[in-house]
Design a protein around this ligand. Structure first.
Ligand SMILES: Nc1nc2c(ncn2[C@@H]2O[C@H](COP(=O)(O)OP(=O)(O)OP(=O)(O)O)[C@@H](O)[C@H]2O)c(=O)[nH]1
Length: 369
């Protein structure tokens, strides 16, 4: 299976950079030259500066209108670059990584997603976006809500990562982001690493594409890992991967349409009875009742790793909170704006124009003679 990871904006390019570290094909797109230079693993020729004519390479300061414009202006150059990386072998899935709350990622990602869909209709476009922290204030929430709406009409699935759910205690923010980014990459890389790999019962690219082709609804990746010697019940470990602590989005998994579970570990632990018990449980729990599965017994392995992907989710508290907050804010903002306009009209109405007060230039001249 071929996946191409494209990071947009600072958050997105940092995540793409980690994918590059674990050997995925990745590229980085940003309006900020400094942020592109800061990356460690994506080669320089795969870092694309956009919107230089608008921002001078200095970023868009959380303004998604500028992020959108930057991507639009430089889209031909971006698509040429992507085409040259792809060459003649098809890409199965484009993963676009970005932060929902910023300007470059939120504004630029939907534009790029649409162009990719048009140019590569057989490939999937899956958005992987970090949702803003509550304490960041209203603008990131608005940016996120509008971007969710746009992507839901373009992308095949949206894997939303709720920063609020992954941020722990008093972690300082840059460490928190770093840890969250590792978590995202570890989970998705583990999942992708198990596709098209020989095993007991395997997952291939078409299974993964089937699960992710979910008309722009939400998907979430769960994960659980344990020392093989310490696993008392594999079925409980599997269930843990998709119960709430395993997921990084507050979501009602019962609303999911499709699921996929991959289990990797030493053969003596991968007992069929245990695996089927957990799969039956998950199949009955989700609305769509379709679960794809892959078991990968590996005698060299000492840990058991479970990756779960649930898609077609349309009930999520994390998402609802953002949409409702943005809608309420928009409503009260529009009302305040209307009131301000009414007051302005009332205050200024009845004022004369200059010519009502001052005599015209030639009249003044005549008067002066
Ligand atoms: N998980 C995660 N979230 C991040 C990270 N960096 C920023 N964010 C989130 O992403 C949003 C900001 O997006 P950025 O990527 O920094 O912004 P940008 O797209 O580069 O846009 P501009 O900075 O405005 O040019 C905020 O809501 C942050 O919470 C990160 O490294 N990891």
């Amino acid at each position: 299976m071929r996946a191409l990871i494209i990071g947009v904006g600072q958050c997105g390019t940092k995540i793409a950079d980690l994918f590059s570290l674990v050997d995925f094909e990745a590229l980085a797109i940003n309006t900020s030259r400094g942020d592109l230079e800061y990356l460690k693993h994506i080669p320089a020729e795969r870092r694309i500066l956009i919107g230089e004519s608008i921002t001078g390479g200095k970023g868009v300061n959380a303004n998604p209108l500028l992020g959108r414009e930057a991507m639009k202006r430089d889209l031909p150059m971006v698509m040429r670059k992507i085409g040259s990386i792809i060459g003649y072998e098809d890409v199965d899935i484009f993963f676009l990584t970005f932060g929902f709350g910023g300007g470059t990622g939120a504004g630029g990602t939907p534009v790029l997603a649409e162009a990719l869909k048009e140019e590569y209709p057989d490939s999937l476009v899956v958005a992987i976006g970090a949702l803003p922290l509550r304490e960041e204030g209203i603008r990131p929430t608005i940016n996120a809500a509008i971007t969710i709406d746009k992507l839901s009409k373009i992308a095949d699935s949206i894997i939303a990562i709720d920063n609020n759910k992954l941020k722990e205690g008093n972690d300082d923010i840059s460490h928190a982001y770093e840890r969250i980014n590792y978590t995202i990459v570890e989970r998705i890389a583990s999942l992708l690493a198990l596709v098209d790999v020989p095993g007991e019962q395997t997952l291939d690219a078409s299974d993964l594409k089937f699960v992710l082709k979910a008309f722009g609804s939400f998907a979430t990746v769960g994960y659980a890992k344990a020392d093989a010697g310490k696993v008392k019940s594999l079925s409980r470990l599997i269930i843990r991967s998709f119960e709430s602590e395993g997921l990084y989005l507050d979501a009602n998994i019962e609303s999911a349409l499709y699921g996929l579970v991959a289990v990797h570990g030493p053969p003596e632990v991968l007992k069929a009875g245990d695996i089927f018990e957990a799969l039956d449980y998950l199949t009955n729990k989700i609305r769509g009742k379709q679960i794809f599965r892959g078991f990968y017994p590996d005698p060299r392995e000492r840990e058991v790793e479970v990756v779960t992907l649930l898609s077609g989710i349309y009930e999520s508290r994390s998402i609802e909170e953002i949409i409702v907050t943005a809608k309420n804010y928009a409503k009260s903002f529009m009302k305040a704006k209307e009131e301000a306009e009414t007051r302005k009209r009332e205050l200024l109405s009845g004022l004369p124009d200059f010519d009502d007060i001052y005599p015209a230039e030639d009249e003044a001249g005549e008067g002066g003679e």
